[in-house]
Design a binder for this molecule. Sequence first.
Ligand SMILES: [Zn+2]
Length: 86
Amino acid sequence: MLMCRDLARIASDYIDGELGPMDTVSVKMHLLMCGHCRTFIGNLRHSVDLMKAHSSQHVDEELVRRIDERVTESLNARNSDNGKSY
Ligand SMILES: [Zn+2]
């Protein structure tokens, strides 16, 4: 069984999605039972988000989503246009 101190040790990996499936399940099980660690993870996630928002490597997810939509649209348009270029 995962202990609070174990969770604290791997919390940042959990937030970054870098834990293996087994560890991820262990963390989730622990969070279901432990309010302290839910608060801890919540705070940690919040500060990680803040850090990412202020980092120069920040990726604008909304922008990425719009680009994705544009690409999908043009692919669909091209398919329905039967190969004609634009
Ligand atoms: Zn705990």
